[in-house]
Ligand binder design. Sequence first.
Ligand code: HEC
Ligand code: HEC
Ligand code: HEC
Ligand code: HEC
Ligand code: HEC
Ligand code: HEC
Ligand code: HEC
Ligand code: HEC
Length: 289
Amino acid sequence: MRVGGSDYDKYELSFTIASQCAGSTSVHIRALMPRYSGSRFRGGDGPRMPQQVPRLVFVFAVALLAMVIARWYLVPDTFGDIGHYRAAAVDSIAARPMKYAGHQQCTLCHSPIQEARLASNHKGVRCEVCHGPAAAHIAAPMEVKPSIPRGRDQCILCHAFNPSRPTGFPQIDPVVHNPLTPCKDCHDPHAPEPPVVPESCAACHGEIARQKLVSHHASLECEVCHAAPVTHKSNPRSARPSKPTDRSFCGACHAIGDPRAAIPQIDLQTHGQPYTCWQCHYPHHPEAP
Ligand code: HEC
Ligand code: HEC
Ligand code: HEC
Ligand code: HEC
Ligand code: HEC
Ligand code: HEC
Ligand code: HEC
Ligand code: HEC
């Protein structure tokens, strides 16, 4: 290939970049491009150069230059000094006021709460997770008080059922789990335990239990007549016990022909028909009127 002569066009671009911080720089670009003259390069038998190539090359060169200039202006001063970030950012972040104190600090004045928490299921949930940043409170305990999340929202953030949580993590469905009561009324937020489930029906059905206790049915356990699911004791409305539905239920003990002599008997076919037995006899305190 021959270089020189008038087979080539000369493209030139020169300018000065002035920047406040880095002084000024002169840029001079000179490009030598084969002149296109119809179907071939003049004066040679070399390969054909398509007409658009020299123009494209020039456009790309200008774009590249524009990028270099943009970078010059846009990339901040200390970028890349110690890593792929602005070195000065470290100082500006370090200069911001501290808001969190860390849970060890709370021990100084609230040691009973801290001790209870560290021994509980919430040992992994630090004070400021619930009470918010408290550094200002430590500096002036009486003037600045941390917030106290007394509602249900905060607890639901972690305990609402979510299938992606680890197996065994205690979860509840906030819609059915005692919906109208704040969680703290039943669970100590600083040392939560699932409250002890009442063992006896009397814990919640005191009046019925007291009536039955002095009645002819005193010897009958509640479960003889009501099949109560275990969950009824912890979440009564989610699972209801069964109730007798027809006369034959009472007839199983009271119908004529039952061998147990202590049980008073009636003729199931005729006695009190067509009503159910408990329309005349209160089952928890039955009397023969
Ligand atoms: C220098 C002692 C001190 C430290 C340290 C301290 N507190 Fe307190 N805190 C107090 C005092 C005093 C009160 C006010 C008690 C009162 O009002 O009866 C208080 C009250 C509170 C209250 C109740 C606010 C209210 O409205 O009743 C919360 C919540 C609390 N502190 C959380 C924290 C947390 C979380 C930490 C740790 C980041 C912490 N405290 C560290 C002294 C301290
Ligand atoms: C799971 C959330 C949670 C965590 C973690 C937590 N708290 Fe509480 N804190 C509460 C709630 C809710 C109340 C309100 C209790 C109430 O009103 O019965 C409360 C009340 C308080 C009170 C007011 C006095 C009282 O006992 O009612 C203080 C003080 C306090 N917390 C300090 C702390 C400290 C210190 C820590 C860390 C050792 C901590 N809390 C951790 C949720 C939390
Ligand atoms: C930041 C997340 C978080 C928040 C907020 C939170 N908890 Fe917990 N809770 C936990 C963790 C973690 C455990 C321990 C789980 C374990 O041991 O597997 C736990 C355990 C419990 C347990 C024990 C359950 C069991 O079967 O052992 C109860 C009850 C409980 N939390 C109630 C509450 C209440 C009430 C609140 C609101 C005052 C609350 N939690 C706020 C994370 C949280
Ligand atoms: C009226 C009392 C009451 C209220 C209010 C209440 N709970 Fe419970 N909670 C219980 C009882 C009782 C149990 C134990 C039986 C059970 O698992 O249902 C329990 C169990 C739990 C458990 C353990 C579940 C498991 O599978 O181990 C968590 C977690 C819990 N509650 C969180 C909460 C949260 C969060 C709130 C507020 C949104 C709340 N509770 C409100 C009574 C209550
Ligand atoms: C934690 C408290 C609690 C305990 C423990 C409890 N119950 Fe209940 N039970 C309730 C509540 C609350 C209702 C009322 C539900 C409603 O009316 O929405 C109820 C309703 C019932 C009903 C009526 C259901 C209906 O459909 O009308 C029967 C029957 C019953 N309980 C039997 C029992 C028996 C038997 C036991 C003991 C094995 C028992 N309960 C233990 C709280 C309890
Ligand atoms: C002899 C059988 C029998 C025994 C024992 C019994 N019940 Fe019942 N119970 C019934 C019948 C029958 C009904 C009424 C059903 C109806 O009215 O639809 C009933 C109704 C109830 C109801 C619904 C509310 C009401 O008063 O109508 C509750 C709650 C209940 N029983 C709780 C108990 C408890 C708690 C015990 C134990 C202390 C108990 N029962 C023992 C037969 C029995
Ligand atoms: C498991 C057996 C059994 C079942 C089921 C049963 N009872 Fe009884 N009932 C007895 C016994 C036992 C007595 C008498 C105890 C005594 O007084 O010595 C009795 C007594 C009675 C009495 C007599 C009271 C009196 O004044 O003499 C009536 C009325 C009665 N039951 C009604 C009912 C009704 C209504 C039902 C159905 C809801 C029912 N019973 C279900 C065992 C049963
Ligand atoms: C229409 C109201 C009515 C109905 C319904 C009824 N009873 Fe009676 N029951 C009575 C009366 C009134 C007496 C007392 C007079 C008598 O002995 O006939 C009585 C007495 C009894 C006695 C006591 C018998 C004795 O010898 O001491 C038993 C047991 C009894 N009923 C069980 C039942 C059973 C079980 C049912 C359901 C199958 C039932 N009753 C339905 C009204 C009724």
